[in-house]
Design a protein around this ligand. Structure first.
Ligand SMILES: Nc1ncnc2c1ncn2[C@@H]1O[C@H](COP(=O)(O)OP(=O)(O)OP(=O)(O)O)[C@@H](O)[C@H]1O
Ligand SMILES: [Mg+2]
Length: 281
């Protein structure tokens, strides 16, 4: 469904539509006509073995990679050509599989960078250092601390980001992505490197963030039990193809998914993520 002439959209228009996206790198078809739709407010999971095309799909959605075919629509409007900054202004923010923090800046400053990116400072005020500019700065500082509190990082605000343990750094990436006030948050393996207790905390945190900001979340994660508990719906990619889509219960019992994760031999070829069947614990 597309936007109406007055710019409003019907309540049923998905927040994001991915329509038959293909992505070719030389001879490799990393994505093969992948389609999915995200409804506003849902937590949608993307799983699949290593090299399945998950991060490539994130790169296409967030404007880092131009697809070879297909298109994405944001609230019914095609997003082609907007690029990462344009898509971020629309409301799409992401974290990266390989963390991209400013290691030498403090935790608080990392979030402030995101806030500055999203907020326009009064230019003349910035040059003169006047009251309006100071109030603007104070608002950003307060907002940064709100986000750090929500992500359970407030006590670490003045620590150097590069000195944080892995789990804290992953949460800081989420805080920085949230600083741009997105409507859709893309999380690429946010639980990587976390121990089981941290993973469980993260699952609860992502649910809390969704509720707090009324966000839509698209998450890639290899830890299938976490995904089965967290996600409203999931899609499964294998060799660039979407082989399953549905509720956790539907996906878990899908023969093609079991085949992709167990490789037919029961040997577990799914990148160490374990079987998709028998989850939900
Ligand atoms: N820029 C690129 N140039 C060439 N090949 C690429 C590029 N980006 C990704 N690929 C290839 O595309 C395929 C899909 O990669 P992608 O990173 O999307 O997989 P993934 O599902 O995120 O895997 P993982 O679970 O290991 O992160 C892989 O074979 C990868 O080597
Ligand atoms: Mg990846």
């Amino acid at each position: 469904m597309s936007a109406s002439p007055d710019g409003s959209t019907a309540a049923t228009t998905p927040l994001l539509q991915v329509e038959a996206i293909s992505c070719r790198f030389g001879g490799l078809l990393a994505l093969d006509q992948v389609s999915l739709e995200l409804a506003e407010g849902e937590i949608f999971g993307l799983i699949g073995p290593n090299g399945a095309g998950k991060t490539t799909l994130f790169n296409v959605i967030s404007g880092l990679t131009t697809p070879s075919g297909g298109r994405c629509l944001w609230r019914g409007v095609p997003t082609a050509g907007l690029g990462p900054c344009g898509l971020n202004r629309l409301g799409i923010a992401r974290t990266f599989q390989n963390l991209r923090l400013f290691e030498s800046l403090s935790v608080r400053e990392n979030v402030l960078v995101g806030l500055h990116h999203a907020a326009r400072a009064p230019l003349l005020g910035a040059l003169l250092g006047n009251g309006a500019f100071r109030r603007h700065q104070e608002r950003l500082e307060a907002r940064a601390m709100e986000l750090l509190t929500l992500l359970e990082l407030a006590a670490l605000a003045e620590q150097r980001a590069g000195d944080l343990p892995y789990g804290d750094r992953r949460r800081l990436e989420i805080a920085r992505a949230l600083a741009t006030a997105p409507r859709l948050l893309l999380l690429d393996e946010p639980a990587a490197g976390m121990n089981p207790a941290e993973k469980d905390d993260l699952r609860q945190l992502i649910s809390r963030i969704r509720d707090h900001f009324a966000l839509t979340v698209l998450i890639i994660e290899h830890h299938v039990p976490l995904m089965m508990r967290l996600c409203d719906r999931l899609a499964v990619l294998n060799f660039g193809e979407r082989i399953a889509l549905g509720s956790p219960a539907e996906v878990r019992t899908d023969p093609r998914v079991i085949e992709a994760y167990l490789g037919g031999s029961g040997g577990g070829s799914g990148g160490g993520q374990g079987s998709a069947a028998g989850e939900g614990r």
